[in-house]
Design a protein around this ligand. Structure first.
Ligand code: 13P
Ligand code: SF4
Length: 305
């Protein structure tokens, strides 16, 4: 089957079986073309709860599929490639969080969405890169324990100087490898380019950027900006997608370390097998965990307004 034939068959089965396909912005172009909705972690969460269809196929990594299931417990949610996980989501377990909570008893616990639903169930509120500043600002408590990404946490803390933050030393194994030297080299090579980075990068890198935001935030900024050249400090797929969408502009990757193997695992063939019922995994979570994580994610959506 050609890619086009495979896509047509996926679209036919999707309509026949009442399936909604959600795709994270890092997914490949052939997958984005069959998706009903493409977005960052925040947009995907909101869209999962809005869609009327009874089945969701989440093309991304496991925590994103778990988030869909938690927000829509009555729906069947599938992850087309069960191996696709986010290493950051496994960095802190509920026991580790319990120990941190004992160390910071009067702090509000804020968990990044890149975590398991078991961890979210133990937290006060969830955040994504798109809403972290707004949600942390809206929390009544002036003390925040932010886990597991200290880079996103430090970025948020920099915007909210009146609040006190404590961090866990996790982080994205790809974004945290980007160095200020790489930013300096990329700027020297492309002096007219704006630098757009994800807040999972370290502070010295975000400090050098013209714009810091989520994956879709970066894409929207580049599309709307009158500038013609951009250095992109997030997963390399975003460089490809932007170049495809804005052929008259120029996009350069910030660092070779920005390749997330997990986000590249899901193929169009995986989507096809999942939709046929010959592959993928249906997400099943304990009731109690879903209730706790659901409270945490819904509070994020409410606080973000
Ligand atoms: P976004 O919420 O910006 O899409 O980020 C998800 C992610 O995993 C970035 O590495
Ligand atoms: Fe996780 Fe980093 Fe990959 Fe995003 S880029 S899914 S944070 S490992």
């Amino acid at each position: 089957m050609t890619v086009k034939e495979l896509q047509e068959e996926i679209l036919r089965l999707k309509a026949e079986k009442d399936i909604c396909i959600l795709a994270h912005a890092y997914q490949s172009q052939p997958i984005l073309e069959v998706a009903d909705y493409i977005g960052d972690s925040y947009g995907l969460s909101v869209q999962a709860s809005k869609d009327k269809r009874q089945n969701i196929l989440m093309c991304g990594v496991r925590f994103m599929a778990e988030t869909c299931k938690v927000l829509c417990p009555e729906k069947r949610v599938y992850l087309p490639n069960p191996e696709a996980g986010c290493p950051m989501a496994e960095q802190l377990d509920p026991e580790g969080l319990a120990a941190l909570k004992a160390q910071y008893p009067d702090y509000a616990v804020v968990v990044y969405v890149n975590t398991t639903s078991a961890l979210k169930a133990q937290a006060d509120v969830c955040v994504t890169s798109a809403c972290a500043v707004q949600v942390c600002r809206a929390i009544e408590n002036d003390k925040i324990l932010f886990v597991p990404d200290p880079n996103l946490g430090q970025y948020v803390a920099g915007q909210l100087p009146d609040k006190q933050f404590a961090f866990y030393q996790g982080g994205c194994p790809h974004h945290m490898q980007v160095t200020p030297d790489e930013v300096a080299r990329a700027k020297a090579a492309h002096p007219n380019a704006l630098v757009l980075v994800h807040p999972e990068c370290r502070g010295p890198v975000t400090d050098m950027a013209d714009y810091v935001g989520s994956t879709t935030g970066i894409m929207a900024y580049a599309q709307q900006s009158p500038a013609q050249e951009f250095i992109i400090g997030t997963e390399i797929s975003i460089v490809e997608h932007l170049q495809y969408q804005c052929p008259d502009k120029r996009f350069y990757p910030l660092s070779a370390s920005l390749t997330c193997a997990n986000m590249r695992l899901t193929t169009l063939m995986d989507v096809y097998h999942c939709i046929r019922g010959t592959g993928g995994e249906q997400i099943v979570l304990p009731e109690e965990e879903m209730a706790g994580a659901g409270r945490c994610i819904r509070r994020m959506i409410a606080l973000n307004g």
